[in-house]
Design a protein around this ligand. Sequence first.
Ligand SMILES: *[C@@H]1O[C@H](CO)[C@@H](O)[C@H](O)[C@H]1NC(C)=O
Ligand SMILES: *[C@@H]1O[C@H](CO)[C@@H](O)[C@H](O)[C@H]1NC(C)=O
Ligand SMILES: *[C@@H]1O[C@H](CO)[C@@H](O)[C@H](O)[C@H]1NC(C)=O
Ligand SMILES: *[C@@H]1O[C@H](CO)[C@@H](O)[C@H](O)[C@H]1NC(C)=O
Ligand SMILES: *[C@@H]1O[C@H](CO)[C@@H](O)[C@H](O)[C@H]1NC(C)=O
Ligand SMILES: *[C@@H]1O[C@H](CO)[C@@H](O)[C@H](O)[C@H]1NC(C)=O
Length: 931
Amino acid sequence: MFLRLFAITCLCACATFSLAPDKVFTHIIKTRSIDLNNAHGLAMENRLGRNVVPTGYYLELEPYIEDGVYEGRVVINVTWNTETDEINLHCAPDVAIVNSKVELFGESGKSQEIAITQIDTDAKKSTLKFQLEKSVPASSIGALDLSFKGKMETSTSEGLFKSSYKTDQDEERIVVATQFRPNNARRMFPCFDEPEFKVPFDVSIVRPLGMIALSNMAISRVENITDEPNAELVHFKRSPPMSTFTMGFVLADLVQLGNSIQYSDKTSNNFEMRVWGRPEYLEALQEVPDKFIRILNEIAEFNWPPLPLDKLDIVALPNYQGVKPTDNWGLIVFRESDLSSSGHIQLTHEVLHQWLGALVTPAWWSDAHVNKALVGYLAVETAYKINRGCEMEVKWPMTFLYSLYYEYSKRYPHSRITGMKQETVSTKIELLFRMFNYTLGDETLKKGLKMFVTQRAFQTFDGDFLWQSLNTAASEAGNSQKIDVKAIAQSWIEKDRLPVVTVKRNYDSKTAVVSQKLYLRERPHDVPDAGRMSWWIPLVVVRGDNLDFNSTAPLAWMKDQTLELNNMPSKEHFIIVNPEEIGPFPVNYDEDNWNLIAEFLKTERRTKIPELTRAKVLHDAWNLAFAGELSFATALNMTLFLKHEENLPVWDPVFTMIDHIDRHIWDIRDKFNAYVISLLRPPYIKLTKDIDENEKSWRRNMRNLFKTFLCSAGYKPCIKDAQEQYSKWMKAQNPDEGNPVSDRYLCPVFRWGTQEEWNFGLQRVINFPPSRKQSERTYLLKTLSGCCEDKYKLTRLLNITLLEENGNFTERDIFLINNMFSDEPVGHTTLLHFIDDNWNIIKQKYYHRTNLWSHLISTATSYFTTKAGLDLVTQLYVKHQGEFGPAEHIIEKAIRNIKEESKWSSQNLPVMEKWLDDYLERNGVKVEKKY
Ligand SMILES: *[C@@H]1O[C@H](CO)[C@@H](O)[C@H](O)[C@H]1NC(C)=O
Ligand SMILES: *[C@@H]1O[C@H](CO)[C@@H](O)[C@H](O)[C@H]1NC(C)=O
Ligand SMILES: *[C@@H]1O[C@H](CO)[C@@H](O)[C@H](O)[C@H]1NC(C)=O
Ligand SMILES: *[C@@H]1O[C@H](CO)[C@@H](O)[C@H](O)[C@H]1NC(C)=O
Ligand SMILES: *[C@@H]1O[C@H](CO)[C@@H](O)[C@H](O)[C@H]1NC(C)=O
Ligand SMILES: *[C@@H]1O[C@H](CO)[C@@H](O)[C@H](O)[C@H]1NC(C)=O
């Protein structure tokens, strides 16, 4: 279970073992925020009518910072599209309208006021409706003049918020700023808060002297305010037409880093670039200007229209709490650590938003995921170029692609975390851009995107428009295969599923029959309509007799269930379909082709196949075996080259495999562990040589990863090391005062160590003083129960916790122990026997604590995978049928699932065991029986 922590690794194409620089393991969550979940809800929002629409804003705001409130006035120029006597717009219920007036502009420049007879507010929808005394004819123009007041947010960094921080001299400083994405402008002022209304803004803000005021545009003039000697009114230049969510400002005690830079490039961008931060933080921002220049230069290669801005401010805002930076047009606001962190990807995201989001804007929230996906794809592409592929803060695209494979091949994708669904869709679309980059060619993609940005500048777009632009570019480039980009994209986007492609070669006729079907990994494979699903699939083929990974144009696009490829190589040579994961789908082959690949990988020429493709064939093979589509012997054959493999990305699928497979191979675990050790030991030993102080962190991370997996497979030196460390604790005078042993040594000791060592740990939990950090106790208890494979010890733990109830263990502890047992076959087997042996007393104690009872029964019965397990659970069920109460359906469901799993086990375990036997014998590995 500890292994999962390490599933995130990184990728670099540069050199052997040359994974990216620091921070590789930490960035993933941040660059993928939960933005979209929100957007999904928004897609349901009622739209405002289009009868009266805005054409410009004058916005004046005066914050009363001490009190955390503000007053403001907004004059919204409007046009009547249709004759009507009402005006609808957004305004959050917390914003109070103090004064309101509607004016019509006459021809002669004279204006005429129209009385408002009623104002209706809808708090739930955050809207306002102004009822006018009479209808106003279509084509009239006028203005809505509103004074309002409200409170600043203090608990979040959304809307108009206020927060504070301490300087190095321990003085408190205050920040007032905005974050309006996706629809928070209405929380500050009444407005037409939909992305489609893109109009100019004249912004004026009262600034307390001593603070800087930044907004989308540069300052045009500053005015004194009568009666307020300590403040002035700052007017900003009129903005280009923009959506409300890209408007923003910052009031803070910041200073500028160095001088402004006048940025210009060949695409006629020409603006002043300024970087801001607290004085104490400027040092950490030294590299920021150069980074932005490099990013902007790279974006200039896309040949997009220039940004219509006179300046771009980049701000490191102290104590900014937003999940993502605020990408106002012309004013990007970062968390301090995000702006100073290494790498370019996240910064590139925000810069790209100046074009994709601000200049061209998704028409509605349902189109936002296409925008997000495009930004995601281009950010990686750009960062790639800047670092020549040597910076990968995330292992792109593997980490995301693999998680798509796992999620979409479940029986019920997204059944557990529905919020992830939108996020996954966006990831998938990002991968489609990557697919089009390879299949249409990068020049065509670039051309299509340029067309798209140029045509939609200052406007909005929906997803279709983007695909059509790519299609036009493809047509102009020839499009000999007559593909329809939109139809292709749609076939992948419309279903939360992915295909698996199967290639069966005929070696005599040099042909191959390719077929597609729904990819299902989790059993049983009983998805309704599976037979009717199909995708537009690019068949890019690399052949062993002409290893060319440069030509990535597909031999064919396949939409039907099957297709035949001709002119395949002769029988000595393998083929690889979908190299480099060009399309997001796994590929299966006939056994001979798999073995041809496996044999080639064992030769020195292996590196002629790029690492991502090496990882792919390995990852596909074992996942297909897991799915029941391929013999495990063939899949295991694919791992044999790893002894010589030195690139972590290629190892990554192996770590995941070991992790996923652990529970299923329990009956042959000794042999499997021996095999794992023989596979991992040589590269690990290599990594333990020549360690010096300047060692790169990727190397250290990689060594730790190998070590963790070796330890959990029972690698002797690891256990010895852990026991040595642990003995310090056992020898301590007062062991309950604190634990001198690093957490990572605990699991190996409890798993492979002595009874005495385990008992000592248990005693520490029992004696744990309330004064110490309880999380340490929790960790100890977790490892004691989760890293133990000894029935006797576990029975003892259950005796103490479930039966004795001596006050040392809480209900929470019992839940925790149960959770640990679910992953460990010895754990849940012991629990099942324990419940069976002590049925009456356990039932009497726990039956009425419904949650706990269900959890106990679920843990004891749900996780078996073999026939023997099925028998155990069935026996318990038969013996006590009708007595399980609320848990009755849990055990019934468990029995159904185990039946499926055990079918798989009885088919696969003997095959694996035979393969392992052969392997271990051939390699002279002795298996120690540890259990
Ligand atoms: C609003 O309309 C008035 C009158 O036509 C005009 O002077 C002003 O510039 C407009 N403001 C904006 C922001 O468009
Ligand atoms: C604003 O006030 C300051 C100090 O009172 C004065 O020096 C300055 O000239 C004033 N500016 C304007 C534009 O009136
Ligand atoms: C896009 O395709 C080109 C080859 O056509 C390739 O060199 C480049 O790495 C691809 N970009 C990404 C981000 O995959
Ligand atoms: C592929 O492209 C790389 C870089 O452009 C080049 O060095 C290599 O020779 C090419 N390989 C083939 C098989 O064309
Ligand atoms: C595994 O590879 C060996 C050669 O190393 C081959 O003889 C054997 O047939 C392969 N097994 C399967 C099931 O593909
Ligand atoms: C658990 O308790 C039972 C009876 O209460 C006892 O017979 C058994 O020996 C205990 N087992 C362990 C491992 O302590």
